[in-house]
Design a protein around this ligand. Structure first.
Ligand code: GRF
Length: 193
């Protein structure tokens, strides 16, 4: 299966997916990486791996729908079967999401349905949560609301800061995202649409 990844920044989850997909028995190949920020470090990493890259700034388009139409055209020019959101920091419109329904997944740094949206680590700490974690889920029009595929938990430790907690969660993100894509691309899971 052919996979496109959408990023906005660092791209460490993208790198984890690229690394996993290099295994000969992995059922997916990363064929393109699209960023909405030209300065995203992940674009450089992807290019170093010989993967096609594209950068599209939403501000250059008259509307979000037109921006998202060009994203879909770009992904379709790469002939992708699936789309992975990996730190893509734009809320996607319903038309784009519905176009890719059942074929687009996201990694979110919380144990959904807890802490949808931003600043998840600080919010978990502020609540005194004993555990925290991450979720790979199907993308649906409601933000961070699609069906979960895999989750991983980590303990919240005394003295944690948002950064220390984020780092502990990120290790798990890099483990479960490639595993979730493997399940999807090998046909072992599907969205109920
Ligand atoms: C990750 O924490 C991911 O869960 C969230 O944004 C961050 C992206 O990091 N959606 P990276 O770009 O994959 O390093």
């Amino acid at each position: 299966k052919r996979v496109g990844i959408l990023i906005s920044g660092r791209g460490s989850n993208m790198s984890a997916l690229i690394a996993a997909a290099q295994a000969p028995d992995y059922p997916a190949e990363i064929v393109g990486v699209l960023s909405n920020r030209a300065a995203a470090a992940g674009l450089v990493t992807a290019a170093e791996h010989g993967i096609a890259t594209a950068s599209l700034a939403q501000s250059k388009f008259p509307s979000r729908d037109m921006f998202e139409d060009v994203m879909t055209q770009t992904l379709e020019s790469w002939d992708v079967d699936y789309v992975c959101l990996a730190g893509f920091m734009r809320i996607l419109g319903a038309d784009f999401v519905n176009h890719w329904a059942g074929r687009m997944i996201n990694i979110h740094p919380s144990l959904l349905p807890l802490y949808k949206g931003l600043d998840t680590h600080a919010r978990a700490l502020a609540d005194g949560a004993a555990t925290h974690g991450c979720t790979v889920h199907f993308v649906t029009p409601g933000l961070d609301e699609g069906a979960p595929i895999l989750q991983a938990q980590v303990p919240v430790l005394p003295g944690d800061t948002p950064d220390s907690l984020a780092a502990r969660v990120l290790v798990q993100e890099h483990r479960i995202y490639p595993e979730a894509l493997r399940l999807l691309a090998s046909g072992q899971i599907a969205a109920l649409t």
